[in-house]
Design a protein around this ligand. Sequence first.
Ligand SMILES: *Cc1c(COP(=O)(O)O)cnc(C)c1O
Length: 466
Amino acid sequence: MPENLREKMLHEMEHKGIFEQVQNYALAYADTVYGRNVFPNDDAVADLDKFTEVLPRSTGEAKAILKFLNQYGSPATVAQTGGRYFGFVDGGVLPVSLAARIMSDFWDQNAALYDMSPLASKLEEICESWLRELFGLPNKVVAGFVTGSSLAIFCGLAAARYRVFLNNNWDINKKGFYGAPKARIIAGQQAHGTVSKAVALLGFGLDNIEWVDTDSEGRILPSKVPELDENTILILQAGNVCSGSFDPFDEICTKANKAKAWIHIDGAFGLWAAASSNFQHLTRGIEKANSFSLDGHKTLNTPYDNGIVLCDDKEALTHALHASGSYIRKSENRDGMFYTPEMSRRARSIELWAALKYLGKDGVDELVLGFHQRALQFGEELKAEGFQVLNDVVFNQVVVACDTDVLTAQTMQNIQKSGECWAGGAEWNGKVVIRISVCSWVTTESDITHSVRAFVAAREKAMEKY
Ligand SMILES: *Cc1c(COP(=O)(O)O)cnc(C)c1O
């Protein structure tokens, strides 16, 4: 690196002006995010073209770059940290977790090995044991800290694949699928798309999934679960991405345990029900499962990207995700990379730890209950305005429709354009629907009422057209 570049950057670190600059931008954003357009307006989106340019030849000025980023980047953000974003199951961000994240960004720790970061190793260990306790899982359950549930599902199913084949004296790592004994994959019709992705990535083939029928809430019908055996990987769900429903774990898991099948539970946002005294009835029996995938960045409101795989078979998980090299020295302590597909990794346990330490059991309880209460309120107020609520609001999800598919689709488009709130769409039991996820700590009762008014206005505007 040329001396002048190094000196320039050293000056930036010592002078700290750019960090103060960014801090001012960030704090101003935090002040305005509650009132701004939830989705960027057309001008802000059009201004993104300003980023389109040829790669600079010479080094730039940090201050000017950050000013530019703030000027054109900030207005084009989606106000996820405000109170009226109900899209996907995205969640907001807890202040303490965000602050810890900012501090950890300065530390820039690599969580691969204890030797790279004793701190990251320690906090992974703490989070692992706190999560076990929160969800009521056995002591042998270990955790891997990954980007999100997509990868956590992949990890859980990789561990399952390793174990199920090894039960047949087949080391899948060494021998691969050529000539392998048959393994079965069973999943509910309503399994999340990332389950299919993981199944495909792991080489099982989508055509080999045995799909199980679900009821009108999206729950697996226990009577439709086929005969299970020790060659089976059964994938269940805590929190349907539309209705928020939970598979009937207790009954199905008991049957699966008897048959020695591997059970994976996709609990991206819903597994947090198990941490809340008000919702534990929804997750009864989950402790009988072998692996779990969940997110910190959804229900728990940590910053992105914060996914977790939990597994009761450490050997299977670490062998499935094995990596080696003469320079990789295993320590006496926890080396995080053996629990994840990645080697180098952000120390995301730092902001997860901060969130859990701050909330405690009571805080998690209060957070989850708050989402539920406001989801119920959303549903009730929409019904009073003549919308249809198509699901049983058991957790934080509300599935909404107007009288016709066309009207629903147009209403949703108008809502998204309004900037007042944001909700996405889906198809649910053959109908076009609007999906509402209440999963930010910021959202108040008046945010819900405000949003219901936006729904009504959007429907009126849609009806003018027809
Ligand atoms: C969000 C979600 C996923 C995927 O999680 P990411 O964190 O986005 O990778 C998987 N399953 C369910 C049920 C989800 O809600």
